[in-house]
Design a protein. Structure first.
Length: 110
């Protein structure tokens, strides 16, 4: 399997199902390539801007994992909307285990 199914739910509750998300790309690359509202990726994936903020469904957190220290610091920039299940999607590389993953796009806070 080199492609997986990922669902983004944008700020208005609209679901965008991406059936052919390439394994090995980041979630941010996939979101921007598919025009997911609310994912800007302004720093190009450098973990510096906080404009790719998403919430991971609790059922998927053990698969996706937790942010590292650098991501944790960048998430502090979006403290107004940060939750325990926040991640920056430029720091999530899609794997085959993520087939069926569903995430919610955080409201912009920057
Ligand atoms: S794209 Fe800038 S932090 Fe993710």
């Amino acid at each position: 399997m080199s492609e997986v199914r990922i669902t983004f739910v944008d700020c208005r509750g609209t679901e965008k199902v991406i059936e052919d998300a390439p394994v090995g790309d980041t979630m941010m690359q996939i979101a921007t390539a598919n025009g997911v509202d609310g994912i800007l990726g302004e720093c190009g994936g450098g973990c510096a801007c906080g404009t790719c903020h998403i919430y991971i469904d609790p059922e998927w957190q053990h698969v996706v994992g937790a942010p590292d220290d650098v991501e944790d610091m960048t998430l502090d920039m979006v403290f107004e909307t940060r939750k325990p299940n926040s991640r920056l999607c430029c720091q999530i590389t899609v794997s085959e285990k993520m087939d069926g993953l569903r995430v919610v796009v955080a409201p912009e806070s920057l």
